[in-house]
Design a protein around this ligand. Structure first.
Ligand SMILES: Nc1nc2c(ncn2[C@@H]2O[C@H](COP(=O)(O)OP(=O)(O)O)[C@@H](O)[C@H]2O)c(=O)[nH]1
Ligand SMILES: [Mg+2]
Length: 316
């Protein structure tokens, strides 16, 4: 049983030693633990620091490619290395590496495909009240899209089984965290949650400059996920609401025409009603198109899974 612990790094020379020193050397049920550093165009000494701490496996981007791409490339490398389980932890020592054993346990026992550390955000002191509320709402929407019940959807401290990685395909450069949950949920993978306490904050987030940026980008990811996996929930509801709204001016037109015995002066209602109905119809068309594209994606993903197995299963 081989465990690969991957650490995406963008200029983490200051905190990486702390992370590497706290990664467990032995975990029950695991024969081999390897560390993989994904250096995403760091301009500091991240690589040298990692090598000095005995790291032997690297993915290196000459230029910054973003966390999503780094996660993707790290996973490909880990599968190539023959990983049975991949754990992701951050280079800023936000997560307690000594809990990696608890994270991989449900996978070792065959009880889960993915395990996500619940940071218990309500307890984190440096999170503002606003950020905590957003955190809760964000997780609620992700759970709705994924049909899961996870307390902390944005946590990056996770363990993935080899099998789940064969099936997951992340496409967004940004915010792969929510994307993986929604995909995994929709593919029927079993996700578990393990409570952890986070370490004190050592620096500001580099992924988001402000809370509003975080909300906006997460919002886009979630809307896109709904369009990709549950188009009827978005377009279907919109079509229904617009259709119902469109009925009102039509009813008004008929009622007034009957009362006055003439349609004169009420044509505007017809116009507004028609506009709403046409928009409702367009939503239905979009729903049909999104659904056809979804079917196509299922086939492409089947193909991708097959390719990944062919490419990596020889390494086992
Ligand atoms: N590969 C890559 N990693 C990044 C990038 N930005 C941040 N990271 C890493 O992603 C992890 C989380 O970033 P962090 O700034 O702590 O964001 P937080 O999750 O909001 O705390 C850290 O290990 C960073 O080194 C990036 O552009 N590319
Ligand atoms: Mg952090």
């Amino acid at each position: 049983m081989k465990l690969v612990i991957q650490v995406p790094c963008l200029n983490e020379e200051a905190t990486l030693p702390l992370v590497l020193e706290t990664i467990p050397k032995k975990i029950e049920g695991v024969d081999d633990i390897e560390v993989l550093i994904i250096d995403d165009g760091s301009t500091d000494n991240t690589m040298e620091v990692a090598k000095k701490h005995g790291v032997k496996h690297f993915v290196h981007h000459a230029r910054n490619q973003g966390l999503g791409r780094s996660f993707h490339d790290g996973v490909m490398k880990a599968l190539e290395m023959g990983a049975d389980i991949v754990v992701n932890t951050d280079g800023d020592n936000q997560y307690p590496q000594d809990r990696i054993g608890d994270l991989v346990k449900p996978i070792l026992n065959g009880d889960a495909d993915i395990v996500i550390a619940d940071r218990q955000t309500h307890k984190i002191e440096h999170f503002s009240r606003f950020k905590k509320v957003l955190q809760r709402w964000g997780s609620a929407v992700v759970n709705k899209a994924a049909a899961t019940r996870l307390p902390d959807a944005a946590s990056g401290f996770r363990a993935y089984s080899r099998e789940s990685l064969m099936r997951l395909n992340t496409i967004t450069r940004f915010s792969y965290c929510t994307e993986t949950i929604i995909q995994a949920g929709n593919k029927g993978l079993h996700i578990e949650s393990v409570e952890v306490d986070t370490n004190p904050k050592l620096r500001e987030s580099r992924l988001f400059k402000s809370t509003s940026e975080h909300v906006l980008k997460s919002g886009v990811t979630i809307v896109r996920a709904f369009i990709m996996y549950k188009p009827y929930m978005l377009f279907g509801s919109l079509a229904f609401i617009l259709f119902m709204l469109g009925l009102i001016p039509f009813a008004r037109f008929i009622a007034f025409s009957l009362r006055d015995g003439s349609t004169a002066g009420h044509i505007q209602s017809l116009l507004v009603g028609s506009l709403l109905m046409i928009t409702a119809f367009l939503c239905i068309v979009l729903n049909v198109i999104a659904d056809l594209i979804r079917i196509n994606r299922v086939l492409i993903e089947d193909n991708l899974e097959h390719t990944k197995r062919q490419r990596f299963d020889g390494n086992k």
